[in-house]
Design a protein around this ligand. Structure first.
Ligand code: SAH
Length: 249
């Protein structure tokens, strides 16, 4: 069934007019008609079965009928990634959405060579991935900030998994010991991935000195930033996240 992220409030009986882009997609591409059903979510009110009540080329109207799934969000996990090439950043945002990151934060470091990102485009990638992956929220993508600024404004309770390619960091699974307890994995975490040029020695020293930072190795091979992001997200979800359902409390 077609599943769309829509910004409107969702409640039983709510009548909603979809935007031109989604209307065209439903009417022209998916050839939907009045009476057809689809799923809608907005990141706040859960996922609803909605029925098409009117179709024109420019505007499709729907009515929310029944709650299909109550609102739920995944673990409180930020992916922090240094600015790499545009195409790769889009890939990273898409995979972060599929792998359940709650936020994607872009950072500039000494060796990044881009300091601007098309956050509107990246948000569209995040929405499309969230629709496909059936999550009930869309990861928020933030404008790039300097690594120092991110550290300066760090939430003290959030642990930082620092993917350090220097090679002397402990293996990630020695650090992420699976936590089967019901409330396990509920703590806020972040994963940091550096740029194609890696972290500078000064950055590495600063990061390793942070009390909340945990340097980890992703093995003996140097991974591209997108591969490193995907690998670290997958391992974190498997060990501490929602790939392992928690024992009922
Ligand atoms: N140019 C660097 C590699 C940077 S790879 C060099 O040749 O050393 C981009 C980022 O992916 C790194 O900054 C790191 O965060 C992550 N990464 C890549 N391979 C890794 C590994 N084996 N262990 C830990 N992190 C890794």
């Amino acid at each position: 069934m077609i599943r769309l992220f829509i910004p409107h409030d969702l409640a039983a009986g709510a009548e909603l007019a979809l935007d031109p882009g989604q209307s065209r997609y439903l009417a022209a591409v998916m050839r939907q008609a009045v009476g057809d059903e689809l799923l809608a979510f907005n990141g706040r009110d859960g996922e609803w079965r909605v029925r098409i009540t009117a179709v024109t080329k420019r505007a499709v109207a729907v009515r929310a009928e029944t709650l299909a799934r109550p609102q739920a969000v995944g673990p409180d996990l930020d992916l922090i990634v240094a600015m790499v090439k545009r195409g790769r950043v889009e890939t990273i945002v898409e995979k972060a959405a599929e792998l359940g990151a709650r936020r994607v934060r872009l950072v500039t470091t000494e060796r990044t060579n881009a300091d601007r990102a098309r956050v509107d485009r990246l948000t569209a990638v995040a929405i499309e991935a969230a629709e496909q992956t059936r999550r009930l929220d869309v990861p928020q993508v933030f404008e790039p900030v300097k690594l120092e600024a991110l550290i300066a404004g760090w939430e003290p309770t959030r642990r930082l998994l620092f993917c350090d390619e220097a090679g002397d960091a402990p293996p990630i699974l020695h650090v992420l010991t699976p936590d089967p307890s019901p409330q396990g994995g509920g703590e806020p975490w972040a994963i940091l991935i550096g740029p194609e040029g890696g972290f500078s020695p000064r950055e590495r020293q600063t990061l390793r000195a942070l009390p909340y930072a945990i340097p980890v190795s992703l093995g003996p091979r140097i991974l591209r930033a997108d591969t490193a992001a995907i690998s670290a997200l997958a391992l974190w979800q498997a060990a501490l996240g929602d790939w392992t359902p928690k024992a009922a409390p």
